[in-house]
Structures are given as structure tokens and as C-alpha cells.
Design a protein around this ligand. Structure first.
Ligand code: SF4
Length: 558
């Protein structure tokens, strides 16, 4: 099912927009240009700006993986910057790809890679700018097949499921080759959809419908004949064999001119608020040889290597890797432990390190199953500052289940204690509002009220104001609630997204859609309630999650 495009493209494209893209392309090393003729033409779309999307290793990896296939050409599309969106609208230009500057509807497949729920409104924007009908039911064989991958697809695609023809429930590097075989062997779109249902992990939302009871809860899922009731999440068993690698290096990303390498996928720690810790399991480690080979290749292009993994202190070969000469390493957040301090000492010249206590008291860390003690945090901080670190970044959350103001005082006290163990350097706190996530024990819980979250943030800022060298940053809580709605949402939430494209404010958009935030994020759920993502077989028993939830609640102070 391969189309070929002889048509000259780019005629209707605004010159100014073309120049902006050319300027970005001129700073890239590794861009792939392929003749689209006779190949499957795939546009991969990141529903955020170039800067954000190009900082995402998953997106970069898919670009490289698809372009490594002879019969595929893959090009990139991003949400334009605001000023460019105005230009698109003013000049009636359809959103186009970077490499050949073709509009999205000239591709065979448009594949969205979605990593953050708060990018959902951008998905709608991209459909509008591309003049593609938003709902799969409104599209036909003249339109590209529109698919969704990325982490949001595999924990709960339901709020956007009506927009996509196929969702990848699981890791794309495991499933893409099989999907492309299905695509190639099908004569038309409806055959692609039908055959996709035979591939484990592929979900065709159009084959399912949902019913709701009088209270608005899901009362049933109804499937077309021949479709599986549940979709099992797929994962790649051996990540050493993964072809997901940094494809393009550019100064225009968060990790400027840096080559990112995935060292681990999945996390052994099981923090109760963390969806990544659940859905990427089991933890897998890349072989030392595979990493060394990747580093040697990367060194032809840059000395800056970023190691990616949820818990790199647990990567067994981390010391061997950091000892490789001639590389300027950067690593993501470390666990508070003496091993981490030792690792930082191997990264000569490293000035800033992040650790994530998440909560201020031992009790609340037990509730969320963050298995680090105050002693670990203080000792690691002391070692890090003594080793020459200039900035210690600490990640905390507010609004966690069972959290009280005592726990908030605990954050202030903990930071004061860290300051006492070392007067040197800066401490920065990054505080985010707790958001409910599927497949975690807190999926049945509620979020804290906005008034209380704001008060808790105010308490932290006030408490730390007199402390020298401490800075506090936090998210904007209202976006955490929006994220909560999209994270916990069912298919009806797609109407909120449509309304948002008209009037921006998500609360009003929800009201207009006949939905309330209270239903999705301020309501405790029963174990028996059907949750929108229950059809995904993540390999986690629901009753085990419930037991964990009950255990967490039993650690309440009252
Ligand atoms: S250590 Fe980090 S990645 Fe692992 S479960 Fe905890 S929060 Fe998630």
C-alpha cells in the first residue's frame, strides 16, 4: 500500500516559514533526505515545538529507525512557534514537514509521538493547521493513516483515541517493523486496520465503543467481532538490540549539541506516584559493549554524551562508562546514595546534580514508596558539595496523597538541614503538583485542591526565603489539573480538546462538553469501577495495585 508522489510540493508554502525551517536544518548534523518515490512516506509529528521535540530521544530514535529501512522515508513535523502559527494562518499554508516541506496529507502515514498529556491540545492544533479531519470516523482512504505512539499511547490513549486510526500500546521499536509488514501487505486502509488487530499491542479505537451509566461512569466496552477484548502492552526484551538512537545533533535543543544514549529502560524502584516506573517494566539494561560502540560512533559528531535512564545509579556498568576517556558526560537525576556521589566525582567538571526526595518527611516518603531516608539525602548532599558541585537540584511534589502541612514543614526543614551540612553552593528546589496517573496505586485517589496546593507552595517559599543560596521553582498548578484530566480521561474528554481549540480555557471547555473536573480528578473511585485504561494489559494485577493503595493510605497520620 505505497503511494508515490510525483507532484511538485512546496508551491503553496509561505517563503518566510520555509526560511525558518531552512535555518533550523542548517544547524543540524544527521538530517536524512530520501527520495520519496516508491517508498512508504511517513511523517512523524511531535505535538510541541522543534526545541522540545528534538530533545526527546524517543522521537529522535523513531526517525532514525524508520529511515534505516530502505523502503521507508520518514520526515519530521513539529508544532510551529506561536508567531509561525500566525503566519501559517495568514498565508493559508498547510503544516508541512521539515525535510521535503510537504503538507501532512501528502504522506501515507502520519505518526504522532506523544509524551505529555498537556500536549493533547497541540494535537488538535496540528490537525487544524494540516486541514485534516480530526476524528478518524471523518477520514477516508484519501487521507493518511494517522497513528499514535509514545508513552501517553500506552498508559491511556482514550482522551485522544477518537482522533487516531491505530494506537501503539507499548514500545514502538518493538512493534513498528510488524506494523509496517501489515501495512505493506494490505491493499487498502480497511485491511490495514483489520490486520492490525492481529498484531499484539496494536489498538484500533474505531473497533470499540464505550457506554456510560447514569452517574457518568463507564458501564461497558463493546468491541467489533474478531477484535481482542484487551490489548497487551508490548516491550522490547533486549534494549541492546534497539535501534532507537540520537539521529540529529543540533544546538537548538535543551541538550545543545548533545548525543543522548539510553542506558536503561524501566526502573526497579516502584514509587507509587510514578507511571514510568510501572509501564516500562521490567527494567532492562543495555550491554556495556553496546553503549561503548554507540559512544565511539557519537564521538565522530560530538564529545557531549547524555546518558538516559530512570535510575542510572542502578545501571551496573555506569562506572565503566563514565571512565571512557575524551567524553563530556551528562546524566539525568541520580538517586540519593553514596554511589551517586562517587559517580559525580567521575564526571569531572560536573557542576550541577539533581536528586529527588519528592517528599519532606520519612512518613510521606513511605506512603509514596520513595525508599530513601533523610540520612541518605543529607549524606549524599554533603558528599556532592564537598566534591565540588555548585548546584544541587532537589525535586519535590506537593499535594501527594495523605500529605499534611507537617509534611510541607518537612520539606523546609530538610532543605535547612542540607544547608547546614554544607554552606557551599546553591540549592534549587523544583516543585511539581502531584498528578493522578493510570496504572499506579493512586489511580483511585483524588488530587489536592488548588487553594491548598497554592498555600503549600507559599509555605515552602516563605519558609526558605531567609535561607542563603536557596531558590524555589514550581509548576503552574492549574496545568497540573489539566494534566490530571487528560491523564485520567475517557473518550468523552476528546470533546474538551475540541472545545479548547475554540476558547482555550480547559475548565470552560470541559463544562461546554458537559464534563466536570470534579468527576475526573476530585472523586475517589471504587475498586470495582471500570477505569478507561482497564482494557490495557500492562502485566500488573489490578488487585495488587489496590492493595498497595490501601497500604499507602494506612500510613496516614490521623
Ligand atoms: S525512581 Fe524515579 S523512575 Fe523509578 S519509580 Fe521512582 S520516580 Fe519513577
Amino acid at each position: 500500500m505505497v503511494n508515490s508522489y510525483d507532484e511538485c510540493v512546496g508551491d503553496d508554502v509561505s517563503r518566510k516559514l520555509q526560511e525558518n525551517i531552512d535555518s533550523l536544518l542548517s544547524k543540524e548534523k544527521g538530517t536524512v533526505y530520501k527520495d520519496p518515490g516508491g517508498r512508504i512516506n511517513i511523517a512523524i509529528v511531535y505535538p510541541n515545538t522543534y526545541h522540545v521535540g528534538m530533545s526527546n530521544l524517543g522521537f529522535q530514535g523513531i526517525y532514525g529507525l524508520l529511515n534505516s529501512m530502505k523502503d521507508v522515508v520518514c520526515e519530521r513535523v513539529f508544532l510551529p512557534e506561536d508567531k509561525d502559527i500566525d503566519e501559517y494562518v495568514r498565508t493559508h499554508t498547510e503544516l508541512f514537514s521539515m525535510e521535503s516541506k510537504r503538507p501532512l496529507n501528502r504522506f501515507d502515514i502520519v505518526a504522532f509521538s506523544v509524551s505529555f498529556e498537556n500536549d493533547y491540545p497541540n494535537i488538535v492544533r496540528i490537525f487544524e493547521l494540516s486541514r485534516l479531519p480530526l476524528r478518524s470516523s471523518e477520514r477516508n482512504s484519501r487521507h493518511p493513516l494517522i497513528i499514535m505512539g509514545g508513552v501517553c499511547a500506552f498508559f491511556n490513549p482514550e482522551p485522544v483515541a477518537d482522533f487516531f486510526d491505530i494506537c501503539f500500546i507499548g514500545e514502538a521499536d518493538e512493534m513498528l517493523p510488524e506494523f509496517l509488514e501489515v501495512y505493506k501487505s494490505s491493499v487498502n486502509r480497511s485491511e490495514v486496520l483489520k490486520k492490525s488487530m492481529t498484531v499484539e499491542g496494536l489498538y484500533v479505537p474505531g473497533f470499540y465503543s464505550i457506554s456510560y451509566d447514569a452517574e457518568g461512569k463507564i458501564s461497558g466496552r463493546h468491541q467489533s467481532e474478531g477484535t481482542p477484548e484487551n490489548i497487551r502492552r508490548r516491550y522490547l526484551k533486549d534494549i541492546s538490540a534497539s535501534k532507537m538512537m540520537t539521529s540529529i545533533i543540533t544546538s537548538e535543543t535543551e541538550f545543545s549539541e548533545m548525543y543522548l544514549i539510553e542506558a536503561m529502560r524501566g526502573c526497579p524502584w516502584n514509587c507509587r506516584f510514578c507511571v514510568a516506573g510501572k509501564i516500562y517494566n521490567p527494567p532492562r539494561k543495555k550491554d556495556l559493549q553496546a553503549i561503548e560502540d554507540e559512544i565511539q560512533k557519537a564521538l565522530f559528531r560530538t564529545k557531549r554524551i547524555g546518558l538516559i535512564g530512570p535510575s542510572l545509579s542502578d545501571y551496573p556498568y555506569i562506572k565503566d562508562v563514565l571512565k571512557i576517556p575524551g567524553v563530556n558526560f551528562s546524566i539525568t537525576s541520580l538517586r540519593a546514595s553514596t554511589k551517586s556521589a562517587e559517580l559525580v566525582s567521575l564526571m569531572k567538571g560536573h557542576k550541577s546534580v539533581s536528586i529527588a526526595p519528592e517528599a519532606g518527611t520519612e512518613r510521606l516518603r513511605k506512603v509514596i514508596n520513595k525508599r530513601i531516608t533523610e540520612k541518605d539525602i543529607l549524606y549524599t548532599s554533603e558528599l556532592l558539595f564537598a566534591g565540588g558541585i555548585e548546584t544541587l537540584r532537589l525535586y519535590f511534589m506537593v499535594g501527594l496523597p495523605t500529605e499534611t502541612r507537617e509534611d510541607i514543614d518537612g520539606i523546609v526543614n530538610l532543605v535547612k538541614k542540607i544547608r547546614n551540612v554544607s554552606a557551599k553552593g546553591y540549592i534549587t528546589l523544583t516543585i511539581s503538583t502531584f498528578v493522578l496517573k493510570p496504572f499506579t496505586p493512586f489511580q483511585w485517589h483524588t488530587m489536592e485542591s488548588l487553594i491548598e496546593v497554592k498555600e503549600r507552595l507559599r509555605m515552602i517559599k516563605k519558609g526558605l526565603l531567609p535561607i542563603r543560596g536557596v531558590k524555589v521553582f514550581h509548576d503552574v498548578p492549574k496545568y497540573a489539573y489539566m494534566q490530571g484530566l487528560f491523564s485520567m480521561g475517557d473518550r468523552r474528554v476528546s470533546r474538551v480538546l475540541e472545545n479548547m481549540s475554540k476558547n482555550q480555557d480547559w475548565i470552560k471547555a470541559a463544562e461546554e462538553a458537559g464534563l466536570t473536573k470534579d468527576f475526573y480528578i476530585f472523586r475517589k473511585k471504587e475498586f470495582s469501577e471500570i477505569l478507561p485504561w482497564d482494557f490495557i494489559d500492562m502485566g500488573i494485577a489490578k488487585d495488587k495495585l489496590w492493595d498497595e493503595y490501601q497500604e499507602a493510605l494506612s500510613l496516614h497520620t490521623n
